[in-house]
Design a protein around this ligand. Structure first.
Ligand code: ZN
Length: 431
């Protein structure tokens, strides 16, 4: 069991190290899908799908919906859906913001999602994302990743702010610009950014129309702890669950029900985008699958009644230094199994019935499980579960693995938990 969990954890770390932002996560997921026989479909084409077929679609190059049609019609056997999100908190480059100051060249950022800002200071930062280009064939997009550290966000010395250790709020506009160069001579503020990005992407600076670029930490993931049972790396929330889902999906051959894996973008900013869970993306896909197999809208609605969604995202582990922050009856521990997330106000979609379905899967997979609810005097977080459940009309459970330092530039979770989650998801997809 231990060797298996270490092997799987190393595979997860490699996926995350190679997925600095959502575009790369989607690309790596697609590579695995294609190697497992999944075929790309275009949303603009007419589809003729077949039972037993394996397909995927993508939106915005940052989100993927993959599906393996079962050997029974969906309105007879339903859809087994597992969902996660490809995005994580980042510092997003403001393309037009280059400025010279104190002999240095710096760029402004916007925070994407709700990260722990202080963890971005004094790290070696690289830049990755997507650019749009004018070419002879029209407008194209290209992914870019500098890979090496090209910037940093240095703290102010303690000697210049003696109260620094009492806690500090960083002003996003004035105190979080990233330094790219220590020598600003010979730098043209108007063209410099496009020039360095163009050089990295192998295109002319003049051809670049626009850029969506994000800073990220260059430090690679590690297995740490005396027994190597803790994974530390950025973006565990929620690339860990993306990894668990695609590993499980491709490991299971055609089942009775149709299996779907949903890798949404935009969860960290509320999911209300073209490629988020609060869009027509998955709802439209379910209809199109049913129509393509000869069903009607009524059949599509019937299919949802037979379907189940497991929404997977990080859960807060009990932090040994902050015991009071948890309700001790609902405080999950690292490496003690998947966590069922509960909120009476439906910040999580879990009900006694959907939790029961998940508990039954854990028992079938011989995997322990835990429950998490916030302290009653602390508001709960949320995720894609409630939005997707309401939008699709599908019974849903919200689950995840226990993790520490959620939304830090470097998060941690247990390696054994990752193996447990894959086991449960495989059992789910087996039907
Ligand atoms: Zn998340």
């Amino acid at each position: 069991m231990k060797n298996k969990s270490i092997e799987l954890a190393k595979d997860l770390i490699s996926f995350i190290d190679n997925s600095p932002v959502s575009y790369f996560a989607a690309k790596n997921i697609i590579n695995t899908l294609e190697n497992s026989g999944y075929k790309a479909l275009n949303e603009g084409d007419k589809w003729s799908l077949k039972l037993g077929g394996k397909y995927y679609i993508q939106r915005n190059q940052s989100s993927v919906l993959a599906f393996n049609l079962g050997n029974k019609l969906p309105w007879e056997s339903g859809f087994n859906i597992a969902g996660a999100h490809t995005d994580s908190p980042h510092l997003k480059l403001k393309n037009e913001s280059l400025e010279k100051q104190a002999g240095c060249v710096k760029v402004s950022i916007e925070t994407y999602g709700g990260g722990i800002n202080s963890t971005w200071l004094d790290r070696d930062l690289s830049l990755a994302g997507r650019i749009s280009l004018k070419t002879e064939k029209g407008i194209e997009t290209r992914l870019v990743d500098f890979k090496r550290a090209i910037g940093s966000l240095p703290n102010l010395a303690i000697h210049l702010n003696r109260s620094l250790n009492k806690g500090v709020e960083y002003n996003k506009q004035t105190q979080l610009p990233v330094i790219l160069l220590a020598n600003s001579q010979n730098v043209d503020e108007k063209t410099f950014l496009k020039e360095i990005v163009g050089k990295e992407a192998g295109v002319l600076a003049d051809a670049i129309l626009d850029m969506d670029l994000f800073f990220y930490d260059t430090q690679k993931g590690e297995l740490i702890g005396l027994e190597e049972d803790i994974i530390t790396v950025g973006r565990l929330d929620n690339l860990a669950m993306c990894h668990a889902i695609y590993k499980s999906l491709v490991a299971v051959e055609t089942a009775e029900a149709s299996n779907i894996a949903a890798f949404f973008d935009s969860e960290e900013i509320g999911s209300r985008t073209l490629m988020g869970a609060d869009s027509n993306y998955l709802d439209g896909l379910l209809n199109r699958i049913v129509f393509s197999l000869g069903g009607t809208l009524e059949d599509s609605l019937r299919a949802r009644h037979h379907s189940f969604l497991i929404s997977t995202d990080g859960a807060h582990a009990l932090h040994p230094n902050y015991i009071d922050k948890h309700d001790k009856a609902y405080a999950p521990l690292i490496n003690q199994g998947p966590v069922i997330k509960i909120s009476s106000n439906f910040r999580y979609a879990t009900t006694a019935k959907s939790a029961g379905v998940f508990i039954n899967l854990c028992q079938k997979a011989n995997v322990p499980y835990q429950k998490m609810a916030n302290r009653s005097d602390l508001p709960s977080g949320s995720t894609i579960g409630p939005t997707a459940s309401a939008g699709l009309g599908i019974q849903t459970v919200d689950v995840g693995n226990a993790m520490l330092a959620m939304h830090s530039i470097r998060e941690s979770q247990g390696s054994l938990d990752h193996l447990y989650m894959v086991k449960v998801l495989k059992t789910f997809y087996c039907g």
